[in-house]
Design a protein around this ligand. Structure first.
Ligand code: ATP
Ligand code: MG
Length: 350
């Protein structure tokens, strides 16, 4: 197994035979990587189309550049979903400051503005009308004057996601949905299964499987969804890779998302996604390692690990930064509440 990453000391270095150092747009390094591979996959969306195409000359790339072109661009992604009849909240494609100003009026007072390309974990997003003074022209400037989408801020009851795995032979298997809680637009905790009512689960499963089939996805495809207070189930966005909200699948399901990713991209039979037990995760951001004045501190893992059912996962990222996902805690529980409560209690002790 070998990996390409812009950072030679990337977390994967401990588990691979070779590391290829190169930026996501370095097509030459992508080709070098693929030359020694039977199949290439990704775990980040930012890899350039040129790199994916260069790699595809030597090994199948799953997901492929056709799918990535759509998913990498929020405008193309939402347009594809809308044209294929999938439910979305109110949104507009924005290509100028004037369009953004008009959209903010049309969409109501609270709006999320998101760069079309390149954002994750709430980065490259600006909120308008949440009690801050940011207006359309300021938001346009903050996002670098580039294409973006404006979304009406929805009144959310809950957020869920469904992970689908689809092999090149067409076999498709989905995991039961995960319930996700965000703070400052970053996933704070997540629990599997979500325990949403059966009719909503069925609808979410249908939507996710139809999207994966429609896109001809190969490998994993996570579908993030909003459940609004008025009872609508809407698609938020797609992630064609292992997803933070399924880290708990390692404890919750017969087959984890990570094993399923390998099975799917290698065209092997897909694993059983049944629930074994309820499990939750809580993300550990760089803040946990930073003291009040920004100085490095060692978190109290000893205290967290004393909480029943809790385990620790660190990603071996060496530089803690605010908002950077450094690891997560997981916990099993008899119920969703118990699993989430244990994992959050453990996090509080760090
Ligand atoms: N239109 C919206 N209405 C209400 N809440 C929203 C809206 N858009 C985003 N959010 C909130 O912000 C979170 C992050 O948004 P989004 O998924 O678009 O960002 P992201 O940067 O791609 O995040 P990630 O990579 O972590 O999934 C959502 O999960 C939700 O909690
Ligand atoms: Mg998201």
């Amino acid at each position: 197994m070998q990996v390409m990453d812009p950072d030679p000391s990337c977390p994967a270095r401990f588990v691979v035979d070779a590391c290829f150092e190169g930026g996501w747009d370095d097509a030459r390094v992508a080709a070098d990587l693929a030359r020694g591979c039977d199949v290439v996959t990704l775990e980040i969306e930012q890899v350039s189309l040129a790199s994916l195409e260069a790699a595809a000359k030597y090994a199948p790339v799953r997901p492929n550049a056709t799918l990535m072109r759509i998913v990498q661009d929020r405008i193309l992604q939402k347009t594809w979903l809308a044209e294929h009849g999938f439910p979305l909240g109110d949104w507009r494609a924005i290509r100028s400051e004037e369009e953004l100003a008009e959209a903010v009026v049309a969409l109501g007072e609270k709006v999320f503005v998101k760069s079309a390309q390149g954002g994750y974990d709430g980065r490259s997003q600006v909120k308008i009308g949440f009690g801050n003074p940011t207006n359309a022209s300021e938001a346009w400037r903050l996002l670098g004057g580039k294409a973006c989408v404006a979304e009406k801020a929805l009144d959310l009851d809950r957020e869920i996601s469904v992970m689908v795995a689809r092999a090149p032979n067409g076999e498709t298997k989905s995991f039961p949905s995960a319930l996700n809680h965000h703070a400052n637009q970053i996933l704070e905790w997540s629990v599997i299964p979500s325990a949403v009512p059966a009719d909503i689960e069925a609808k979410a499963q249908r939507i996710a499987a139809d999207i994966a089939a429609g896109l001809g996805a190969e490998g994993l495809l996570a579908v993030e969804m909003f459940l609004t207070k008025s009872g609508e189930l809407l698609v938020n966005e797609l992630a064609p890779r292992p997803h933070n909200s399924y880290h708990a699948s390692e404890l919750a399901c017969v087959t984890s998302q990570f094993e399923q990713a390998v099975r799917a991209v290698c065209d092997l039979p897909l694993g059983d996604t049944s629930i074994v037990q309820t499990a939750a995760i809580a993300n550990l951001l760089g803040e946990v390692w930073l003291g009040e004045n920004g100085e490095l501190r060692e978190p109290r893992f000893d205290l967290a690990l004393a909480v029943p059912g809790v385990t620790l996962h660190l990603y071996e990222k060496h530089k803690p930064r605010k908002g950077r996902k450094m690891g997560h805690l997981s916990a099993v529980g008899k119920t969703q509440d118990e699993a989430v409560q244990r994992v959050m209690e453990a996090k509080g002790l760090l």
